[in-house]
Design a protein around this ligand. Structure first.
Ligand code: PLP
Length: 352
């Protein structure tokens, strides 16, 4: 082997859900929103000019819109290219201890990828048998804590009181709550920011705001945390967010009525899909997200996944210990979900 090969970094990358080439599909595999962004976003989209100019390095318009919307100071908001970028920056900025950072064994599968990439020691803590995070598992010395709320891919929501408890037991490290799905009925930890300077909350425009393709994410925390993140960000690249993302993100924030209408629609659809799945013999933890993590009592998940795919219905299947008999089903439109339920009725009948 050539000696220079010894110095090449080899990493196992995150594997995102499949993006089918055909448009003739029902796509319920990557938790995208089935509805378009606000009409105000779409209207502004056609009027964006000045693309020849570099964007505002501080993305001031978007930071200000978010700060006003959340009732924060602008020095408490950090924006990035999707929350994946924000989270990666947060790992780099805050997880620099020799002690391991802690996160659940079943969770967003990017966390261990970043820990490996940045050489951050980490340990996972198993969810209980009902897929709940056990708060006691996060007591004791560690290098930081991160978990999504609601958790992914389970959809399980942790009450604010338990988040407080985890913060009370982790005063010496940064605690990150990844709220990618909080707008689908959960209670955000936003109100805790005034009491905990070591809390960082991360949210995204990808799910509840129907803007996955624009890549907009943000973090909220104390001015000290936000400044530290900005210093790291500007050490990589001074123009991270593109001009359209800044403008269209701000336009989305301004249309609260549309945001409420579409998130409520998804919640409503999710609740009837839960009933239908139960009737069909599925079991699942109660979900507060825009997906349901379901297992059938008799038919293996992998078989259902493959049969659905053959009919151009895409759901997510993880060939991983503990969850390899589960499907993560994104909530689409009522029409899409009816098509899924019809397929399941046919398939499960023939499988019996
Ligand atoms: C989707 C998701 C993200 C990343 O979303 P972006 O599109 O990068 O904003 C982060 N965390 C969790 C738990 C997610 O499900």
């Amino acid at each position: 082997m050539k000696a220079w090969k010894n110095n090449i970094r080899s990493v196992v990358p995150y594997v995102p859900g499949e993006q089918p080439k055909s448009s003739n599909t029902i796509k319920l595999n990557t938790n995208e929103n089935p509805y378009p962004p606000s009409p105000k976003v779409m209207e502004l989209c056609s009027r964006i000019d000045d693309l020849r100019l570099y964007p505002d390095p501080e993305a001031g318009k978007l930071v200000e819109a978010l700060a006003a919307y959340k009732g924060l100071d602008r020095n408490q908001v950090f924006v990035g290219v999707g929350s994946d970028d924000v989270l990666a920056m947060a790992f780099l900025t805050f997880f620099n201890s020799d002690r391991p950072i802690l996160f659940p064994d079943i969770t967003y599968s990017f966390y261990d990828v970043w820990a490996e990439l940045f050489r951050i020691p980490y340990e996972t803590r198993p969810l209980d048998d009902n897929f709940f995070i056990r708060k006691e598992d996060y007591y004791g010395e560690n290098g930081g804590v991160i978990f999504p709320n609601p958790n992914a891919p389970t959809g399980v929501l942790m009450p604010l009181s338990e988040i407080c408890d985890i913060l009370d037991h982790n005063q010496d490290v940064i605690v990150i709550v990844d709220e990618a799905y909080i707008d689908f009925g959960g209670v955000s930890a936003l109100s805790l920011l005034s009491s905990y300077e070591n809390l960082l909350i991360v949210q995204t425009f990808s799910k509840s705001r129907s803007m996955a393709g624009m890549r907009i994410g943000y973090a909220m925390g104390s001015p000290e945390l936000i400044k530290a993140m900005n210093d790291v960000k500007y050490s990589f690249n001074s123009y991270t967010m593109n001009r359209p993302s800044i403008l269209l993100g701000a336009a989305s924030i301004e249309d609260e009525e549309y945001f409420q209408e579409t998130t409520q629609k998804i919640i409503h659809t999710r609740e009837w899909v839960k009933e239908e799945l139960r009737d069909l013999g599925f079991v699942f933890p109660d979900s507060a997200a825009n997906f349901i993590f379901a297992s059938h009592k008799t038919v293996p998940a992998k078989e259902i996944f493959e049969a659905a795919r053959a009919e151009n219905i895409y759901v997510r299947y993880f060939a991983r210990e503990r969850i390899d008999n589960y499907l993560r089903i994104t909530i689409g439109t009522d029409e899409e979900m009816k098509a899924l339920i019809d397929f399941l009725k046919r398939f499960l009948n023939s499988a019996r």
